[in-house]
Design a protein around this ligand. Structure first.
Ligand SMILES: [Zn+2]
Ligand SMILES: [Zn+2]
Length: 292
């Protein structure tokens, strides 16, 4: 049995926390960009991507501002003509096109990557359909949690679509973002914790591309280790840790801060949900399994 560990080689004390989805008054956010940066710095985040609708905020824009110690990632949210997606590390505007595969391909021709947003937004819980997510290729991930949807129609969560994609053999990472529009109430709802010793745009995004991060709404993971056919997940503050395999099957759990599982023979992937107080959760990325 071969277990691909996205956290292999991670050293303790090298986790950086941040949000890739925040709006400003440049689009429909309620706060000017410097105020948004200030607020995320106060929150204690390490990195932030401003993602206004169809407007790139790039390195030149950031250079005019006070980063307040944050690593600021160029980007935008491609919004017109179809399901929304983040262009992470956007060096230029990729024009929205109804053909989202074309948009993803154009993004992939540059240094950035694509993440589909809030798939279960709107009253039909289907802003981005399963059919489309299955059809399109080349995107790095989807938002499995989007903060602002918590106060809008639909569901902020999308682990259902994630498990379907993973079960179909797709390699898709799960992201948690605020999608902040309003001050205060939209901040610090969801974030990504990246394992990298390199505190830079490049360091953070390289680690994200290989899945070396977890998504969180408040639970902290302290260690993840693979030994033989066992995976151990250690947290600071989970009440229950659940191990999930295809197709969303919860095959092991513990009401504890730590869970060690034997990866079942025949599993295609295993991922972990670490559930804490008040519904707070941390989601590991999937460990892909091959061989008997
Ligand atoms: Zn959106
Ligand atoms: Zn947004």
């Amino acid at each position: 049995m071969k277990i691909e560990n996205p956290y292999a080689g991670v050293k303790k004390g090298t986790w950086l926390r941040g949000n890739l989805h925040a709006h400003t008054t440049a689009s429909d956010g309620q706060q000017p960009i410097q105020k948004v940066i200030d607020d995320y710095a106060v929150l204690g985040h390490d990195f932030l991507m401003i993602s206004d609708h169809d407007i790139v905020t790039g390195a030149k824009d950031y250079a005019k501002l006070d980063a307040r110690g944050l690593v600021l990632i160029p980007g935008n949210e491609i919004s017109r003509w179809g399901p929304h997606l983040l262009h992470v590390n956007a060096t230029h505007m990729v024009e929205p096109d109804g053909d989202r595969q074309k948009v993803v391909d154009t993004i992939n021709a540059g240094p950035g990557f694509a993440v589909f947003n809030h798939p279960n937004w709107l009253a039909d819980f289907n802003h981005c359909s399963m059919e489309n997510l299955a059809l399109w290729h080349g995107y790095v991930g989807i938002e499995i949690f989007n903060g602002v949807i918590g106060r809008l129609d639909g569901s902020p969560f999308a682990t259902d679509k994630w498990d379907k994609l993973l079960s179909a053999g797709r390699r898709i990472w799960g992201f948690a973002n605020d999608d902040s529009h309003a001050a205060k109430i939209d901040l610090g709802l969801g974030w990504n914790v990246v394992a990298t010793a390199n505190r830079s745009v490049r360091g953070i995004l390289t680690a994200m591309r290989r899945g070396s991060f977890y998504a969180s709404t408040g639970v902290t993971i302290t260690d993840i280790a693979v030994q033989g056919s066992r995976i151990r997940v250690q947290t600071k503050d989970a009440d229950r840790i659940v191990a999930v395999r295809e197709v969303g099957k919860e095959f092991a759990w513990a009401d504890a801060k730590t869970l060690t599982v034997e990866v079942p023979v025949g599993a295609k992937y295993v991922r972990f949900e670490c559930r804490g107080r008040g519904g707070r959760t941390a989601w590991t990325q999937p460990f892909f399994v091959s061989g008997a």
